[in-house]
Ligand binder design. Sequence first.
Ligand code: TXA
Ligand code: MG
Length: 340
Amino acid sequence: MTAGLVDVTAGVQVLAQEGVVGMPTETVYGLAARIDQPQALTKIFTTKERPFFDPLIVHVASPNEARALTSEWPLAAEVLAQTFWPGPLTMVLPKSAKVSDLITSGLQSVGLRMPAHPLALELIRQAGSPLAAPSANRFGRTSPTTAQHVLQEFGSQVPVIDGGPCQIGIESTVLRMQSDTSGKTQLQILRPGAITLPEITKVLVENKVDFSVSESLERAVAPGQMKHHYMPDIPLVWVDSRKQMSLAEVTASLQAALASLPETVEGVRLKKPTAPLQRPAALKLESDPALAARHLYSRLRELSQSGADHLVYVHDSTHTGEAWEGLLDRLKKASHLVFE
Ligand code: TXA
Ligand code: MG
């Protein structure tokens, strides 16, 4: 089987033979399979070691292609697709019969997104099928933002299309959309990302779309929203700058906490060094949230391989607000311990 870096044409062949392909997108790299091939879809889960209860996002090359996979396409979906696609917005809508339970983990809804990367769009178009793709990392671990990251993650198991480093750097905003009894669309952010709720609501208001926003994030509708996710290979500690803890105190607290942390949380294995912690590395982020997000995952990977045995992120408490939300959500879930 083809492995290593491949072009779009070779990628299409792999997909046609029930294989999976590493696909560049503007957010993170995906592990793609055709939605009409159960064997290939199963391969996504087994390759990632991902539990079957975590649904996959379906990637399309146009809003019309997305609409064909839904049983309901409210005006809000049309307006948001026309405004934000191609781009880092996934809309969760009632699914049509064309979308299998394997993709949605048995849910009656499907996550849909048109990615803003020319090679992803080319792959979907040439394949002639929408492509289901989660992020191309082992379950619970840091998502890949370069083709090399995907090769490091899966080795010769998975051929990868190299589309360069991802521009956004964290996964898409996931927005659930449901019609209430009066036909009004209810919106709920299941996962924050580069496209924020105020940006979404502004566009809907401008287009005179009737909608409401639901704040609560119910676990049952967001099966992939786990407490620990995106984890680097060495433990990460988050400390709020206002805490004024010394580095030595942080290290000692992590050391003391390691023993009492569980081995796994929601199926994700926690990395627990057995030797005493001695070599911290500081995770530093740009003060521009878009740049910080772009570099977050590659920086976590680099620092994990730098010889350090734990990572310390001192959170600048002025970095708050909608623009930081997606990034801080990932960082917090990647952390073993949070002091705030
Ligand atoms: O940016 C992205 O979204 C990347 C690139 C590759 O497109 N993909 C990605 O996929 O992050 P993944 O599988 O790592 O995250 C998808 C998450 C799931 O964990 C789940 O929380 C949510 O999207 N999701 C998908 N379908 C859903 C559904 N029907 N209902 C609720 N949540 C859903
Ligand atoms: Mg993921």
